[in-house]
Design a protein around this ligand. Structure first.
Ligand code: PLP
Length: 376
């Protein structure tokens, strides 16, 4: 790519992250040396399956689950689809009502919309002005025919962390399965499926310095789930297991857990400094609660400026976006739910392992300069 002389600063870690060198090193032997089909009953199969067993344990340990409760998927989009469609299909005798939230990722909203077309009814809970679900709203929405509650752990646009344990408690009381899309929270917020009363949990490697194309769905043992991908083998999701990707997921999640507390503290300090700096501008507003929030996310609205113009000004210096990568160019349903108007520019600053204080200072200065220029 010869577009820029220097690579811009990367502040889009909620969209994806680079693969950690240690993760890559763990993956490499499984491309060429230990290439066997993990389902094969000979040396090459056994060595591949042993590595997969190890990764399964790593993923399970990170969320307080048992290894046999982990299903590997192609990522969180598939994990969310499997959870929602799989529970719906397996619970037809119980009912056809699902509860989720207006600010969920499209990988939750789209399968819910699909089920609505098939005759299911879906309640989309609102959020308050901080982006949080009210427990009373959830309790009031549960009906005798409710078969699933799906609430994300942390929002990919505004970073707010939902009260999982309280939601899980309500679901337990009403004996409704609880699914959470925990993609953005894993590695930043401690999540234990038992403590949070979670029955199904989606995660993906590429938001946590692992490879793209691999994720997992945790399914509590005893939870009914209809397979959505049929074929051979004993896995609940058919298809040859991608040994190298699974090894990468396992390594990434273990590393993420090891680094979590220290890295979260470092990122929070940088993020807070960025927010402090940006407030030199008048008419800026933070989207989402500042306390109940991922340490590496800042989402800010700048009045009187267009998002496209602001991004264009900043493009040579920094790569970031205004919201979800899969909705680039479209207005954000999350910010619309929060009542943000189109007469404002929104920027999502997604910090990561490589982010430094120097970068943060440069981005803050450039943003202030660009907003002043566009406002004048
Ligand atoms: C990125 C993301 C997904 C999609 O994950 P993929 O592995 O890319 O399919 C789902 N939910 C949230 C909250 C995300 O941030």
């Amino acid at each position: 790519m010869e577009i820029f002389k220097h690579k811009p600063i990367y502040l889009d870690h909620q969209a994806t992250t680079p693969v950690d060198e240690r993760v890559l090193a763990a993956m490499v032997p499984f491309f060429t040396e230990y290439f066997g089909n993990p389902a094969s009953n000979h040396f090459y199969g056994w060595t591949a399956m042993a590595a997969i067993d190890q990764a399964r344990l790593q993923v399970a340990t990170a969320i307080g689950a048992q290894p046999e409760e982990i299903i590997f998927t192609s990522g969180a989009t598939e994990a969310n689809n499997l959870a929602i469609k799989g529970v719906a299909e397996a619970s037809l005798q119980r009912g056809r009502h699902i509860i989720t939230v207006k600010t969920e990722h499209s990988a939750v909203l789209a399968p819910c919309g699909y089920l609505e077309k098939l005759g299911f009814s879906v309640t989309y809970l609102p959020v308050d002005d901080r982006g949080l679900v009210a427990i009373a709203d959830l309790a009031a929405a549960i009906r005798p025919d409710t078969i699933l509650v799906s609430v994300m752990a942390a929002n990919n646009e505004i970073g707010v962390i939902q009260p999982l344990a309280e939601i899980g408690e309500i679901c337990r009381q009403h004996q409704v399965p609880f699914h959470t899309d925990a993609v953005q929270a894993i590695g930043y917020v401690p999540i234990n499926v038992d403590d949070c009363g979670v029955d199904l949990l989606s995660l993906t490697a590429h938001k946590l310095y692992g490879p793209k194309g691999i994720g997992a769905l945790y399914v509590r043992s005893g939870q009914a789930l209809a397979a959505q991908q049929l074929g051979g083998g004993e896995e609940k999701r058919a298809g040859t297991l991608a040994t190298m990707l699974i090894v990468g997921l396992g390594e990434a999640i273990t590393l993420g857990m090891t680094m979590r507390d220290q890295e979260s503290l470092r990122l929070r300090t940088l993020r807070d400094a960025l927010w402090q700096h940006l407030q030199e501008l008048p008419d800026v507003q933070l989207n989402g609660d500042l306390q109940q929030r991922l340490p590496h996310n800042l989402n800010v609205s700048f009045a009187g400026v267009q998002t496209s113009g602001l991004l264009r000004e900043l493009q040579p210096l920094v790569s970031l976006s205004s919201g979800a990568a899969c909705a680039s160019g479209r207005p954000s349903h999350v910010l619309a739910t929060l009542g943000r108007s189109k007469a404002e520019a929104n920027l999502r600053f997604g910090l990561g392992r490589g982010t430094t204080q120097v970068e943060i200072d440069r981005v803050a200065e450039a943003t202030i300069k660009a907003v002043r220029l566009l406002r004048s």
